[in-house]
Design a protein around this ligand. Structure first.
Ligand code: HSE
Length: 310
């Protein structure tokens, strides 16, 4: 029996403008790696974390990967010992689903090693426990696409109802990550708990339009629907240059632009790789003008999600 595995879980763009907490998609890169080894000594041990500049806790009860693996083992009544190495290959607090990628890699790895064959959709709930420890809210819009790949719609959370939405083949995503950090916890705390009915009507029209546009491969409808009148106005103040970056991306052909998850990364969707590159350059030059360092990622929608790499 295999007692070692190395897995990769991708970064994800949650919210996708109008779909706060209910929509997200996976990208090809960046992503996290988890190396897991079964052990005869019960308990979960995180033996090493790389790429986090010493910032993440090795204590498995405080680390998203440890918590999600623990919740899985508890559900199957197992006291299996595991040793985990976590290679963080994406920035923390970036809005790219960093905590979700680690959690997903962990639950996927343990399910593979123990041959428990829990279906991917049922692994989502365990990975959500990792999100709860990371930001105080067990949202699924990063973990679901990281696990399943593609574009995920979280129709309901209790009970969990996740639907994988087909996306047009020529849809590309450009992401710019400015060298800033926004904690998801803080970015959730600034949101107002009440929403105006008028804004809610606009928002749910856009959510429905975006899903219809993706399923019909109607790029114009996707573009018309990518507007967020509830969350973006509150959160964009946490990202210097957001308005300028967004405007530049739209002027260079992006279908739509928004905050990736809770930010500070900004994403754009485009029809075709050439436009995606042009949009990325436009976003870069905006941050260059502001003298804010950044990284760029360009990717198709990643339809695979988490995968074994060794
Ligand atoms: N839906 C979550 C939020 C995603 O916006 O707070 C966090 O990555």
């Amino acid at each position: 029996m295999r007692d070692y595995i190395k897995v990769f879980a991708p970064a994800t763009v949650a919210n996708v403008t109008c779909g706060f907490d209910i929509m997200g998609f996976a990208v090809d890169n960046p992503g996290d790696e988890v190396i897991m080894q079964l052990s005869n000594t019960p308990g979960i041990r995180i033996t090493k974390i790389t790429g986090d500049m010493g910032r993440l806790p090795l204590d498995p009860t405080k680390n998203t990967v440890g918590v999600s693996v623990y919740s899985f083992l508890k559900a199957i009544n197992s006291n299996q010992g595991v040793e985990i190495i976590l290679n963080k290959k994406m920035p923390l607090g970036s809005g790219l689903g960093s905590s979700a990628a680690s959690a997903v890699a962990g639950v996927f790895a343990i399910n593979q090693l123990l041959k428990t064959n829990v279906p991917p959709k049922e692994l989502i709930a365990f990975a959500m426990e990792g999100e709860r420890i990371a930001c105080g809210a067990a949202h699924a819009d990063n973990v679901a696409p990281a696990l399943l790949g593609g574009f995920a719609l979280i129709r309901g959370r209790d009970p969990l109802d996740v639907i994988k939405i087909l996306t047009p083949s020529n849809l590309y995503c450009s992401i710019i990550h400015p060298d800033l950090e926004v904690s998801t916890k803080d970015a959730r705390m600034i949101l107002r708990p009440m929403v105006k009915l008028e804004d809610a009507v606009t928002q749910w029209g856009n959510v429905a339009g975006l899903i219809a546009g993706l399923m019909l491969s109607d790029y114009a409808l996707i573009s018309r629907s990518m507007h967020d009148v509830i969350i973006e106005p509150a959160r964009s103040i946490l990202i210097p240059g957001f308005t300028q970056v967004k405007q530049q991306a739209l002027e260079n052909g992006a279908l739509g632009v928004g905050i990736s998850g809770s930010g500070p990364s900004i994403f754009a969707l485009s029809n075709g790789i050439d436009i995606a590159h042009k949009v990325a350059q436009a976003m870069q030059s905006s941050f260059d003008q502001l003298k804010i360092g950044h990284q760029i990622y360009i990717s198709k929608i990643n339809n695979t999600g988490v995968k074994i790499i060794d």
